[in-house]
Design a protein around this ligand. Structure first.
Ligand SMILES: *[C@@H]1O[C@H](CO)[C@@H](O)[C@H](O)[C@H]1NC(C)=O
Length: 306
């Protein structure tokens, strides 16, 4: 009378629907050694909506690259029309943590870090969110045209700090829930890593949260750069694919980084010119479309193609 004869049960919840995987929810009750089956239909959308956020290093050496970016928006949306039902673009800029020793804190340099070169440039900043996701390419071009470069002291820049904010500040950036999300980092230097900020006396580890006030990252001088592990978690959690557009001298550095960030893609650009950038985005899109998001959940193994 104490024997229990538990049943094998398969319950399918068809209420949550998705155009790509159905059903979305199945619960199975099994006993050791028993089997049950359920059918899952997977359909890959051919023409995903795509959100592309351009995160650009605006330190002084990037002036020319910023100029090239002006011509990218419209051309890219034409080119991507073959692959995507609609492309939205956003834009943000970064330099480095605005504290010594990463920037020159002499009073004549804080407001205009380029004063030695008789150029008027803007103060260094950790991350500024500039343009939320939009389908209006003329708006994108207008915003890029308004950007001015900045300057700082040391070679590496604060790219990882900026990437984390762009990934977690969902509402400000305006990532669409159903879009394939691409985060494009453009820089010509390596990035600072966690623990680097100790030089500036910043010892608090990054908390992985969004700290934007009026579109300015306020945690820059309070928290360290995120670790690669934390950044990787946040990119996965928010379904982001990152694309690194870097110049030749930095391939090696970013090759190492990309290996630690699942779903990321390294573009080897001879130059940051518009045709190269457009090909890079299209290539990254194609690579990532052949690996459905499932591969995100096996960061250590090979992509699980479906
Ligand atoms: C697109 O942006 C341009 C430039 O900012 C603006 O003049 C135009 O009204 C916008 N178009 C739409 C449909 O919002």
């Amino acid at each position: 009378e104490f024997m229990e004869q538990s049943e094998i049960k398969v319950e399918v919840d068809a209420t949550a629907s998705s155009t790509q995987v159905s059903p979305q929810d199945i619960s199975i009750t099994l006993r050791p050694g028993s089997e049950a089956s359920a059918i899952v239909a997977v359909k890959q959308l051919e023409r995903y909506p795509v959100d592309l956020y351009c995160l650009v290093d605006v330190s002084a050496s990037m002036q020319e690259n910023l100029d090239h970016l002006k011509t990218v928006g419209v051309a890219l949306s034409f080119r991507m029309a073959e692959h995507s039902s609609d492309l939205w673009l956003g834009f943000g800029s970064f330099v480095d943590k605005p504290v010594s020793p990463y920037i020159n804190v002499h009073s004549s340099k804080i407001d205009n870090p380029c004063s030695d070169y008789e150029i008027r440039c803007r103060p260094a900043h950790g991350f500024h969110h500039v343009l939320s996701m939009t389908s209006n390419m003329s708006e994108f071009t207008r915003v890029i045209k308004r950007q001015r470069i900045s300057g700082n002291m040391d070679t590496p820049e604060g790219g990882l700090d900026a990437m984390l904010q762009a990934a977690v500040c969902q509402r400000s950036v305006g990532w669409r829930p159903d879009a394939k999300r691409l985060l494009l980092l453009m820089t010509d230097q390596p990035s600072h890593l966690a623990l680097d900020s100790r030089l500036a006396g910043i010892v608090t580890p990054h908390d992985g949260l969004c700290h934007l006030e009026n579109n300015v990252y306020t945690g820059s001088t309070k928290m360290d750069h995120p670790s690669v592990g934390l950044l990787s978690d946040k990119l996965l959690e928010n379904h982001m694919h990152s694309i690194f557009a870097v110049e030749k001298q930095q391939y090696q550095w970013y090759e190492e980084l990309v290996r630690l960030l699942p779903g990321s893609y390294l573009g080897k650009l001879g130059f940051f010119q518009a045709p190269n950038l457009i090909e890079l985005v299209v290539d990254a899109y194609k690579v990532q479309s052949t690996n459905l998001p499932c591969n995100l959940f096996s960061p250590d193994g090979p992509p699980l193609g479906v």
